[in-house]
Design a protein. Sequence first.
Length: 166
Amino acid sequence: MQRKIYDKLSPGKIIFIIVLSSLTAFLFNYLNPEGITIIQLRQNENGISSDENSIVEFFKPVTVETTDAYLLFTKNVQFIDVRPPEEYKSGHIPNSINLPLEYVKDTEKIIDQISKDTPLVIYSSKSDVNLNKTAAEQMFSSGYKKLYIFNGGIDEWTDAGYEVVR
């Protein structure tokens, strides 16, 4: 009668295979830029770990809801409005900078007074969610690593009754 392959393996060999497989998977995940987050550190609104006050690197822009966006606003985090200038003039979040999407590629020239380590909240209108994502991805690839995307944008901001500059 034939013995199955696992009958021929000793417990030591099985443990060795499991450990080797795990190490290979961790190494692959570490080297892969699209890797899976295995241990996620909790970040506060400034991108600082709430556990140790050490700076935590963002691996991609983080999406926030209206209440979180307002919390960031109260902490004086800089907001970037990526809508066209005429929409920005019709109403925007106080102290936000208008940086229309077509100018995002030139962020170095336009907002060079803002450090790339500064947390930024990217927003537009609720109907332009792709505009937020595109702008955030372009800014992230140009070196801004602490980016939040506020998909609700100016629409949800005004619906919540928060201040708007007109």
